[in-house]
Design a protein around this ligand. Structure first.
Ligand code: KE4
Length: 434
Protein backbone atom coordinates (compact mmCIF):
# COMPACT_ATOMS: atom_id res chain seq x y z
CA UNK A 1 0.00 0.00 0.00
CA UNK A 2 1.20 3.48 -0.86
CA UNK A 3 2.75 5.35 2.00
CA UNK A 4 3.38 9.03 1.67
CA UNK A 5 6.76 10.35 2.47
CA UNK A 6 6.95 14.09 2.33
CA UNK A 7 9.93 15.77 0.67
CA UNK A 8 13.13 16.68 2.45
CA UNK A 9 12.26 20.37 2.76
CA UNK A 10 8.87 19.64 4.38
CA UNK A 11 10.48 17.17 6.76
CA UNK A 12 13.10 19.74 7.79
CA UNK A 13 10.41 22.39 8.25
CA UNK A 14 8.35 19.95 10.32
CA UNK A 15 11.36 19.31 12.57
CA UNK A 16 11.85 23.04 13.13
CA UNK A 17 8.12 23.63 13.55
CA UNK A 18 7.83 20.93 16.23
CA UNK A 19 10.65 22.58 18.16
CA UNK A 20 8.77 25.87 18.24
CA UNK A 21 5.03 25.14 17.97
CA UNK A 22 2.96 22.45 19.75
CA UNK A 23 2.75 19.54 17.30
CA UNK A 24 4.36 21.80 14.72
CA UNK A 25 0.95 23.18 13.76
CA UNK A 26 -1.28 26.13 14.56
CA UNK A 27 -4.42 24.04 14.26
CA UNK A 28 -4.50 20.36 15.26
CA UNK A 29 -6.10 18.84 12.16
CA UNK A 30 -3.15 20.05 10.06
CA UNK A 31 -0.86 17.60 11.88
CA UNK A 32 -2.24 14.67 9.87
CA UNK A 33 -2.55 12.60 13.07
CA UNK A 34 -5.83 11.06 11.84
CA UNK A 35 -4.23 9.76 8.65
CA UNK A 36 -0.60 9.26 9.64
CA UNK A 37 2.41 10.44 7.77
CA UNK A 38 3.86 13.91 7.98
CA UNK A 39 2.14 16.96 6.53
CA UNK A 40 3.62 18.71 3.54
CA UNK A 41 4.42 22.39 4.01
CA UNK A 42 2.50 24.39 1.43
CA UNK A 43 4.24 27.37 -0.14
CA UNK A 44 1.90 28.43 -2.94
CA UNK A 45 -1.61 28.09 -4.28
CA UNK A 46 -3.12 29.12 -7.60
CA UNK A 47 -6.62 28.26 -8.73
CA UNK A 48 -7.42 24.67 -7.77
CA UNK A 49 -3.79 23.75 -7.11
CA UNK A 50 -1.31 24.04 -4.25
CA UNK A 51 2.47 23.41 -4.23
CA UNK A 52 4.54 22.08 -1.35
CA UNK A 53 8.03 23.12 -0.24
CA UNK A 54 9.57 20.38 -2.38
CA UNK A 55 7.79 21.51 -5.53
CA UNK A 56 5.10 18.80 -5.64
CA UNK A 57 1.69 20.07 -6.78
CA UNK A 58 -1.75 18.84 -5.72
CA UNK A 59 -5.33 19.39 -6.79
CA UNK A 60 -6.71 20.87 -3.58
CA UNK A 61 -10.07 19.87 -2.09
CA UNK A 62 -9.40 21.36 1.37
CA UNK A 63 -9.63 24.97 0.14
CA UNK A 64 -8.26 26.18 3.49
CA UNK A 65 -11.21 24.29 5.10
CA UNK A 66 -13.77 26.18 3.04
CA UNK A 67 -12.87 29.87 2.59
CA UNK A 68 -11.34 29.62 -0.88
CA UNK A 69 -14.50 29.16 -2.93
CA UNK A 70 -12.86 31.18 -5.73
CA UNK A 71 -9.70 29.04 -5.59
CA UNK A 72 -6.22 30.05 -4.47
CA UNK A 73 -4.84 33.55 -5.16
CA UNK A 74 -7.97 34.63 -7.02
CA UNK A 75 -6.89 37.81 -8.90
CA UNK A 76 -9.86 39.81 -7.64
CA UNK A 77 -9.00 38.99 -4.03
CA UNK A 78 -5.24 39.48 -4.33
CA UNK A 79 -5.64 42.87 -6.03
CA UNK A 80 -8.16 44.04 -3.42
CA UNK A 81 -5.92 43.04 -0.51
CA UNK A 82 -2.82 44.61 -2.09
CA UNK A 83 -4.67 47.87 -2.77
CA UNK A 84 -5.97 47.97 0.81
CA UNK A 85 -2.53 47.17 2.23
CA UNK A 86 -0.95 50.11 0.42
CA UNK A 87 -3.19 52.35 2.53
CA UNK A 88 -2.24 50.65 5.78
CA UNK A 89 -3.15 47.37 7.45
CA UNK A 90 -5.19 48.34 10.50
CA UNK A 91 -6.37 51.47 12.26
CA UNK A 92 -8.43 50.37 15.27
CA UNK A 93 -11.03 52.72 13.87
CA UNK A 94 -14.04 52.31 11.62
CA UNK A 95 -13.30 52.00 7.92
CA UNK A 96 -15.55 52.11 4.82
CA UNK A 97 -14.85 48.46 3.92
CA UNK A 98 -16.59 47.26 7.10
CA UNK A 99 -19.79 49.00 6.03
CA UNK A 100 -19.45 47.59 2.51
CA UNK A 101 -19.04 44.01 3.73
CA UNK A 102 -21.81 44.36 6.31
CA UNK A 103 -24.23 45.59 3.63
CA UNK A 104 -23.19 42.73 1.31
CA UNK A 105 -23.80 40.16 4.05
CA UNK A 106 -27.18 41.63 5.04
CA UNK A 107 -28.29 41.67 1.39
CA UNK A 108 -27.73 37.90 1.21
CA UNK A 109 -29.19 37.03 4.64
CA UNK A 110 -32.69 38.51 5.09
CA UNK A 111 -32.89 36.95 8.57
CA UNK A 112 -30.18 39.41 9.62
CA UNK A 113 -30.90 43.08 10.20
CA UNK A 114 -27.52 43.76 11.81
CA UNK A 115 -24.16 41.96 11.79
CA UNK A 116 -20.98 42.25 13.86
CA UNK A 117 -17.59 41.21 12.49
CA UNK A 118 -15.03 39.32 14.55
CA UNK A 119 -11.84 37.50 13.55
CA UNK A 120 -12.81 33.84 13.58
CA UNK A 121 -15.74 31.44 13.53
CA UNK A 122 -14.97 30.62 17.15
CA UNK A 123 -15.44 34.24 18.17
CA UNK A 124 -18.66 34.38 16.15
CA UNK A 125 -20.29 31.37 17.83
CA UNK A 126 -18.96 32.26 21.27
CA UNK A 127 -20.50 35.73 20.93
CA UNK A 128 -23.78 34.40 19.55
CA UNK A 129 -24.14 32.03 22.52
CA UNK A 130 -23.43 34.88 24.95
CA UNK A 131 -26.00 37.05 23.18
CA UNK A 132 -28.63 34.28 23.27
CA UNK A 133 -28.07 33.78 26.99
CA UNK A 134 -28.42 37.53 27.60
CA UNK A 135 -31.49 37.92 25.37
CA UNK A 136 -33.39 34.99 26.97
CA UNK A 137 -31.99 35.25 30.49
CA UNK A 138 -31.38 31.49 30.35
CA UNK A 139 -28.15 29.53 30.83
CA UNK A 140 -28.44 26.16 29.09
CA UNK A 141 -27.68 25.58 25.40
CA UNK A 142 -28.26 22.67 23.02
CA UNK A 143 -25.68 21.55 20.48
CA UNK A 144 -25.38 18.35 18.45
CA UNK A 145 -22.80 15.57 18.61
CA UNK A 146 -20.48 15.67 15.64
CA UNK A 147 -21.05 19.37 15.08
CA UNK A 148 -18.10 21.68 15.71
CA UNK A 149 -18.57 25.35 16.38
CA UNK A 150 -15.01 26.41 17.25
CA UNK A 151 -13.20 26.08 20.55
CA UNK A 152 -15.16 28.25 23.00
CA UNK A 153 -15.48 26.42 26.34
CA UNK A 154 -19.28 26.05 26.21
CA UNK A 155 -19.00 24.37 22.82
CA UNK A 156 -16.15 21.94 23.60
CA UNK A 157 -18.64 19.59 25.23
CA UNK A 158 -19.49 15.93 24.62
CA UNK A 159 -22.77 14.19 25.29
CA UNK A 160 -23.08 12.68 28.72
CA UNK A 161 -24.34 9.12 29.05
CA UNK A 162 -27.86 8.86 27.75
CA UNK A 163 -29.81 11.33 25.69
CA UNK A 164 -30.56 14.89 26.90
CA UNK A 165 -28.20 14.57 29.81
CA UNK A 166 -25.80 17.22 31.04
CA UNK A 167 -22.71 17.65 28.89
CA UNK A 168 -19.23 16.60 29.89
CA UNK A 169 -16.03 18.45 28.95
CA UNK A 170 -14.80 17.72 25.44
CA UNK A 171 -11.40 19.14 26.29
CA UNK A 172 -9.10 19.38 29.26
CA UNK A 173 -9.50 22.76 30.91
CA UNK A 174 -13.25 23.05 30.38
CA UNK A 175 -14.86 23.17 33.85
CA UNK A 176 -17.52 20.51 34.47
CA UNK A 177 -19.76 23.20 35.89
CA UNK A 178 -19.74 24.99 32.55
CA UNK A 179 -20.00 21.83 30.44
CA UNK A 180 -23.12 20.84 32.36
CA UNK A 181 -24.90 23.86 30.91
CA UNK A 182 -24.48 22.40 27.43
CA UNK A 183 -26.75 19.55 26.28
CA UNK A 184 -25.27 17.56 23.40
CA UNK A 185 -27.88 15.66 21.38
CA UNK A 186 -27.82 13.33 18.35
CA UNK A 187 -27.95 15.24 15.04
CA UNK A 188 -31.18 14.80 13.05
CA UNK A 189 -33.03 13.65 16.19
CA UNK A 190 -35.99 15.94 16.90
CA UNK A 191 -37.38 13.64 19.59
CA UNK A 192 -34.21 14.19 21.62
CA UNK A 193 -34.62 17.96 21.25
CA UNK A 194 -38.27 17.73 22.33
CA UNK A 195 -37.24 15.67 25.35
CA UNK A 196 -34.51 18.15 26.32
CA UNK A 197 -36.92 21.09 26.19
CA UNK A 198 -39.34 19.11 28.35
CA UNK A 199 -36.66 18.11 30.85
CA UNK A 200 -35.16 21.60 31.09
CA UNK A 201 -38.35 23.61 30.61
CA UNK A 202 -37.71 27.36 30.51
CA UNK A 203 -33.95 26.91 30.99
CA UNK A 204 -32.63 26.61 27.42
CA UNK A 205 -31.36 29.81 25.79
CA UNK A 206 -30.67 28.48 22.32
CA UNK A 207 -30.09 25.61 19.96
CA UNK A 208 -26.94 25.97 17.86
CA UNK A 209 -26.67 23.76 14.81
CA UNK A 210 -24.68 23.31 11.63
CA UNK A 211 -27.64 23.35 9.19
CA UNK A 212 -25.55 21.06 7.00
CA UNK A 213 -22.97 19.42 9.19
CA UNK A 214 -19.40 19.49 7.91
CA UNK A 215 -17.46 18.54 11.01
CA UNK A 216 -18.34 14.86 11.20
CA UNK A 217 -17.88 14.76 7.48
CA UNK A 218 -20.67 16.22 5.34
CA UNK A 219 -24.06 15.25 6.82
CA UNK A 220 -27.23 16.89 5.47
CA UNK A 221 -30.25 17.65 7.68
CA UNK A 222 -33.09 15.12 7.61
CA UNK A 223 -36.09 16.53 5.69
CA UNK A 224 -37.94 17.73 8.79
CA UNK A 225 -34.97 18.55 11.00
CA UNK A 226 -34.40 22.25 10.43
CA UNK A 227 -38.09 23.18 10.36
CA UNK A 228 -38.57 21.00 13.44
CA UNK A 229 -35.85 22.96 15.26
CA UNK A 230 -37.51 26.19 14.14
CA UNK A 231 -40.89 25.05 15.49
CA UNK A 232 -39.53 23.80 18.84
CA UNK A 233 -37.32 26.83 19.53
CA UNK A 234 -40.16 29.24 18.68
CA UNK A 235 -42.59 27.31 20.89
CA UNK A 236 -40.10 27.27 23.78
CA UNK A 237 -38.98 30.89 23.25
CA UNK A 238 -35.38 29.82 22.76
CA UNK A 239 -33.21 31.19 19.96
CA UNK A 240 -32.26 29.11 16.91
CA UNK A 241 -28.67 29.74 15.87
CA UNK A 242 -27.53 28.53 12.43
CA UNK A 243 -23.78 28.14 12.49
CA UNK A 244 -23.11 28.86 8.80
CA UNK A 245 -19.39 29.44 9.20
CA UNK A 246 -18.86 26.63 6.67
CA UNK A 247 -22.15 26.70 4.71
CA UNK A 248 -22.53 30.48 4.42
CA UNK A 249 -21.98 31.65 0.82
CA UNK A 250 -20.91 28.02 0.15
CA UNK A 251 -24.20 26.20 -0.47
CA UNK A 252 -25.79 29.31 -1.98
CA UNK A 253 -25.20 33.02 -1.58
CA UNK A 254 -27.63 32.87 1.32
CA UNK A 255 -26.19 29.63 2.66
CA UNK A 256 -28.24 26.77 4.05
CA UNK A 257 -31.05 29.08 5.15
CA UNK A 258 -31.56 30.03 1.49
CA UNK A 259 -31.22 26.42 0.32
CA UNK A 260 -33.65 24.92 2.88
CA UNK A 261 -35.83 27.96 3.55
CA UNK A 262 -35.65 27.77 7.35
CA UNK A 263 -35.02 31.15 8.99
CA UNK A 264 -32.88 31.15 12.18
CA UNK A 265 -32.84 33.86 14.85
CA UNK A 266 -29.06 34.29 14.78
CA UNK A 267 -26.56 33.31 12.09
CA UNK A 268 -22.82 32.90 12.43
CA UNK A 269 -20.54 33.22 9.41
CA UNK A 270 -16.82 32.92 8.69
CA UNK A 271 -14.45 31.37 6.16
CA UNK A 272 -15.74 32.59 2.74
CA UNK A 273 -16.68 36.06 4.04
CA UNK A 274 -12.98 36.63 4.70
CA UNK A 275 -11.84 35.30 1.32
CA UNK A 276 -9.02 33.47 3.10
CA UNK A 277 -8.27 36.20 5.65
CA UNK A 278 -9.43 36.04 9.29
CA UNK A 279 -13.09 37.04 9.52
CA UNK A 280 -16.06 35.75 11.50
CA UNK A 281 -19.48 37.33 11.93
CA UNK A 282 -22.71 36.97 13.87
CA UNK A 283 -25.98 38.65 13.07
CA UNK A 284 -29.73 38.70 13.49
CA UNK A 285 -32.70 40.97 14.15
CA UNK A 286 -31.87 44.48 15.41
CA UNK A 287 -33.98 43.75 18.50
CA UNK A 288 -31.42 41.11 19.51
CA UNK A 289 -28.24 42.58 17.99
CA UNK A 290 -28.77 45.96 19.67
CA UNK A 291 -28.04 44.22 22.98
CA UNK A 292 -24.38 44.11 21.89
CA UNK A 293 -21.98 46.77 23.23
CA UNK A 294 -21.75 49.69 22.85
CA UNK A 295 -25.56 49.81 22.48
CA UNK A 296 -26.37 47.17 25.07
CA UNK A 297 -24.97 45.12 27.96
CA UNK A 298 -23.49 42.18 25.98
CA UNK A 299 -19.78 42.79 25.72
CA UNK A 300 -17.72 41.65 22.74
CA UNK A 301 -14.66 43.35 21.26
CA UNK A 302 -11.61 42.70 19.07
CA UNK A 303 -8.48 44.62 18.12
CA UNK A 304 -8.58 43.38 14.54
CA UNK A 305 -12.32 42.96 14.14
CA UNK A 306 -13.30 44.41 10.75
CA UNK A 307 -9.64 44.51 9.68
CA UNK A 308 -9.40 46.47 6.40
CA UNK A 309 -7.42 43.78 4.54
CA UNK A 310 -9.82 41.03 5.63
CA UNK A 311 -12.81 43.19 4.74
CA UNK A 312 -11.32 43.88 1.31
CA UNK A 313 -10.82 40.16 0.67
CA UNK A 314 -14.37 39.43 1.82
CA UNK A 315 -15.93 42.17 -0.29
CA UNK A 316 -13.99 41.04 -3.39
CA UNK A 317 -15.09 37.43 -2.83
CA UNK A 318 -18.76 38.18 -2.23
CA UNK A 319 -18.92 40.68 -5.09
CA UNK A 320 -17.53 38.03 -7.43
CA UNK A 321 -20.08 35.47 -6.24
CA UNK A 322 -22.93 37.97 -6.63
CA UNK A 323 -21.81 38.83 -10.16
CA UNK A 324 -21.17 35.19 -11.20
CA UNK A 325 -23.93 33.15 -9.57
CA UNK A 326 -23.48 30.51 -12.26
CA UNK A 327 -20.44 29.28 -10.35
CA UNK A 328 -22.80 27.54 -7.90
CA UNK A 329 -24.44 25.37 -10.53
CA UNK A 330 -21.08 24.65 -12.17
CA UNK A 331 -19.51 23.58 -8.84
CA UNK A 332 -22.62 21.47 -8.13
CA UNK A 333 -22.26 19.65 -11.46
CA UNK A 334 -18.53 19.02 -11.02
CA UNK A 335 -18.98 17.78 -7.46
CA UNK A 336 -21.89 15.53 -8.40
CA UNK A 337 -19.81 13.97 -11.21
CA UNK A 338 -16.79 13.49 -8.96
CA UNK A 339 -18.77 11.82 -6.17
CA UNK A 340 -20.72 9.55 -8.53
CA UNK A 341 -17.59 8.37 -10.37
CA UNK A 342 -15.59 7.72 -7.19
CA UNK A 343 -18.52 5.75 -5.77
CA UNK A 344 -18.55 3.69 -8.99
CA UNK A 345 -14.83 3.03 -8.62
CA UNK A 346 -15.30 1.91 -5.02
CA UNK A 347 -18.15 -0.41 -6.00
CA UNK A 348 -16.15 -1.91 -8.89
CA UNK A 349 -13.25 -2.54 -6.51
CA UNK A 350 -15.46 -4.01 -3.80
CA UNK A 351 -14.64 -1.24 -1.35
CA UNK A 352 -17.38 -0.35 1.17
CA UNK A 353 -17.95 3.36 0.69
CA UNK A 354 -20.85 5.81 0.81
CA UNK A 355 -20.80 9.56 0.23
CA UNK A 356 -22.73 12.64 1.28
CA UNK A 357 -22.82 15.79 -0.80
CA UNK A 358 -24.60 19.13 -0.57
CA UNK A 359 -23.66 21.54 -3.31
CA UNK A 360 -19.87 21.76 -3.47
CA UNK A 361 -19.16 20.21 -0.06
CA UNK A 362 -18.81 16.43 0.18
CA UNK A 363 -17.32 13.51 2.10
CA UNK A 364 -16.44 9.93 1.12
CA UNK A 365 -17.26 7.68 4.11
CA UNK A 366 -15.65 4.25 4.33
CA UNK A 367 -18.74 2.47 5.57
CA UNK A 368 -21.47 0.23 4.17
CA UNK A 369 -24.20 2.22 5.92
CA UNK A 370 -25.62 5.68 5.33
CA UNK A 371 -24.11 8.41 7.52
CA UNK A 372 -26.76 10.65 9.09
CA UNK A 373 -25.30 11.52 12.51
CA UNK A 374 -22.20 11.10 14.65
CA UNK A 375 -22.92 7.53 15.73
CA UNK A 376 -23.17 6.35 12.12
CA UNK A 377 -20.14 8.44 11.09
CA UNK A 378 -18.09 6.93 13.91
CA UNK A 379 -18.63 3.44 12.46
CA UNK A 380 -16.48 4.32 9.44
CA UNK A 381 -13.31 2.35 8.76
CA UNK A 382 -10.82 5.14 9.45
CA UNK A 383 -7.91 2.85 8.52
CA UNK A 384 -9.35 2.47 5.04
CA UNK A 385 -9.80 6.23 4.89
CA UNK A 386 -6.14 6.72 5.86
CA UNK A 387 -5.01 4.34 3.12
CA UNK A 388 -7.20 6.14 0.60
CA UNK A 389 -5.93 9.54 1.74
CA UNK A 390 -2.30 8.44 1.44
CA UNK A 391 -2.82 6.99 -2.04
CA UNK A 392 -4.56 10.13 -3.23
CA UNK A 393 -1.87 12.38 -1.72
CA UNK A 394 0.77 10.31 -3.50
CA UNK A 395 -1.16 10.82 -6.73
CA UNK A 396 -1.25 14.59 -6.20
CA UNK A 397 -4.78 14.89 -4.81
CA UNK A 398 -5.07 16.82 -1.53
CA UNK A 399 -8.09 15.65 0.50
CA UNK A 400 -8.89 16.70 4.09
CA UNK A 401 -6.65 14.62 6.40
CA UNK A 402 -9.56 13.20 8.41
CA UNK A 403 -12.55 10.98 7.74
CA UNK A 404 -14.61 13.47 9.74
CA UNK A 405 -14.12 16.57 7.60
CA UNK A 406 -15.84 17.95 4.52
CA UNK A 407 -14.04 18.43 1.22
CA UNK A 408 -14.76 21.34 -1.12
CA UNK A 409 -14.92 21.99 -4.85
CA UNK A 410 -14.03 25.56 -5.83
CA UNK A 411 -14.95 27.79 -8.75
CA UNK A 412 -11.40 27.24 -10.02
CA UNK A 413 -11.71 23.44 -10.40
CA UNK A 414 -12.20 22.16 -13.95
CA UNK A 415 -13.60 19.03 -15.55
CA UNK A 416 -9.97 18.02 -16.21
CA UNK A 417 -9.21 18.28 -12.47
CA UNK A 418 -12.19 16.03 -11.77
CA UNK A 419 -11.05 13.51 -14.38
CA UNK A 420 -7.55 13.44 -12.87
CA UNK A 421 -9.05 12.99 -9.41
CA UNK A 422 -11.32 10.14 -10.53
CA UNK A 423 -8.38 8.39 -12.21
CA UNK A 424 -6.35 8.64 -8.99
CA UNK A 425 -9.30 7.39 -6.94
CA UNK A 426 -9.85 4.45 -9.28
CA UNK A 427 -6.23 3.39 -8.84
CA UNK A 428 -6.47 3.91 -5.07
CA UNK A 429 -9.61 1.79 -4.89
CA UNK A 430 -7.84 -1.06 -6.68
CA UNK A 431 -5.17 -0.96 -3.98
CA UNK A 432 -7.79 -0.80 -1.19
CA UNK A 433 -9.87 -3.58 -2.68
CA UNK A 434 -6.94 -5.87 -3.36
P1 KE4 B 1 -12.65 29.07 13.25
O1 KE4 B 1 -12.52 29.52 14.68
O2 KE4 B 1 -11.75 27.88 12.95
O3 KE4 B 1 -12.48 30.18 12.23
O4 KE4 B 1 -14.16 28.56 13.04
C1 KE4 B 1 -14.67 27.58 13.90
C2 KE4 B 1 -15.83 26.89 13.20
C3 KE4 B 1 -17.12 27.23 13.55
N1 KE4 B 1 -18.18 26.66 12.95
C4 KE4 B 1 -18.01 25.73 11.97
C5 KE4 B 1 -19.23 25.11 11.34
C6 KE4 B 1 -16.71 25.35 11.57
O5 KE4 B 1 -16.56 24.41 10.60
C7 KE4 B 1 -15.60 25.93 12.19
C8 KE4 B 1 -14.17 25.54 11.84
N2 KE4 B 1 -14.02 24.50 10.90
C9 KE4 B 1 -12.81 23.75 10.97
C10 KE4 B 1 -12.87 22.67 9.89
N3 KE4 B 1 -13.63 21.57 10.29
C11 KE4 B 1 -11.58 24.59 10.84
C12 KE4 B 1 -10.31 23.84 10.57
C13 KE4 B 1 -9.41 23.84 11.76
O6 KE4 B 1 -9.92 23.68 12.90
O7 KE4 B 1 -8.19 23.99 11.53
Amino acid sequence: MTTTTTGAKSRELQRRAEAAIPGGVNSPVRAFQSVGGEPAFIVKGKGARIWDADGKSYIDYVSSWGPLILGHAAPEVVEAVMAAARNGTSFGASTPAEVELAEAVLAAYPAMEKVRFVSSGTEATMSAIRLARAYTGRKRIIKFEGCYHGHADSLLVKAGSGVATLGIPGSAGVPEELAQLTIALPYNNLKAVEQAFKQFKGEIACVIVEPVAGNMGCVPPAPDFLDGLRYLTSREEALLIFDEVMTGFRLALGGAQELYGTRPDLTTLGKIIGGGLPVGAYGGPAEIMDLVAPLGPVYQAGTLSGNPLAMAAGVATINFLCEHREVYSRMERLTSTLVAMVLDAARDAGVAMVANRVGSMFTFFFSSDAVSDWSSAAKCDVRQFSRFHAAMLHAGIYLPPSQFEAAFMSAAHTAEDVSETVAAATEAMRELGA
